[in-house]
Design a protein. Structure first.
Length: 270
């Protein structure tokens, strides 16, 4: 069952990336996505190594899983992203990601891995009104504040792209909702994206963040509970998120019914 769930999740991620993009170009072993409106956003301009439709088996020599030549991935990324100051390569499949690691690290990339975490616990019933759907207007100020704290040395144009790119996410899935939990004063304290594909019963919770001024007050729990309940109400039995394999939130998610069933990989340079 986990393999079936993981395959469904990887297919969902691949489809979301393609649908969100302003332009998609197929490359050996995957595809590249572009959005000139958010040129400073690495997530909107990157290469995906995508084996979700590959029935191949591991081969010898330079080739790895299926027909992908992993030693060639740095050159593939260079050709696809050479006009940009950054390079970002995402690999959905764990085995393929590990095979890409050595060639990309030798080419100067940093490597991060992310756990694919499936929700298998009971679905909480959120307090009425604890978190609600909000629009991008409500998120612009807390999002910009968050990005400025994470990237204090970048200019306002970069911050603008990182905030406004969220609007493009509406293209990625049949149902895309931004959820937010407010303080008593009406300020957005915690927020997340919810992507739903009722046709396949798949739901992703993405970018669950709480403002530093409002940590440990239950706001993230309110957002997560609301997202899970909305996913269930839409008939989504595969509910997942991704979490940095080396950071503390993975433990927080484990305590709320999520279990790691797979791993994806990201490589960055510049």
């Amino acid at each position: 069952m986990p393999d079936s769930e993981l395959q469904r999740i990887m297919s969902f991620q691949s489809a979301f990336a393609r649908r969100q993009a302003a332009r998609v170009v197929d490359v050996p072993g995957g595809f590249a996505v572009y959005d000139d409106a958010f040129a400073h956003s690495r997530g909107n301009n990157q290469v995906f190594i995508d084996l979700t439709a590959d029935e191949g088996t591991a081969g010898g020599g330079a080739a790895g899983v299926g027909t992908v030549d992993f030693d060639a991935v740095p050159d593939i990324a260079e050709e696809a992203l050479g006009h940009l100051p950054h390079r970002l390569v995402t690999v959905f499949d764990d085995e393929a990601g590990r095979a890409c690691a050595d060639p990309l690290i030798r080419a100067g990339y940093s490597h991060s891995s992310f756990l694919v975490m499936l929700h298998a616990g009971p679905v909480p019933v959120p307090d009425q009104g604890a978190a609600q759907e909000v629009d991008l207007d409500a998120l612009r100020v807390p999002l910009a504040r968050r990005w400025r704290s994470l990237l204090p040395d970048v200019g306002e144009e970069v911050i603008h792209h990182l905030v406004e790119r969220r609007e493009a996410r509406h293209r990625g899935a049949d149902v895309v909702q931004f959820l937010g939990a407010r303080t008593e004063d009406g300020e957005i304290a915690s927020w997340a994206d919810l992507y739903l594909d009722p046709a396949t019963g798949t739901a992703q919770i993405e970018d669950l963040i709480t403002s530093e001024a409002h940590l440990r007050r239950g706001h993230a729990d309110a957002v997560l509970s609301t997202a899970l309940r909305r996913a269930v109400d839409k008939g989504c039995t595969t509910r997942f998120l991704t979490a940095d394999a080396d950071d503390w939130p993975r433990r927080w998610y484990e305590h709320r019914g999520f279990t790691a069933i797979g791993r994806s990989h990201c490589f960055q340079r510049g």
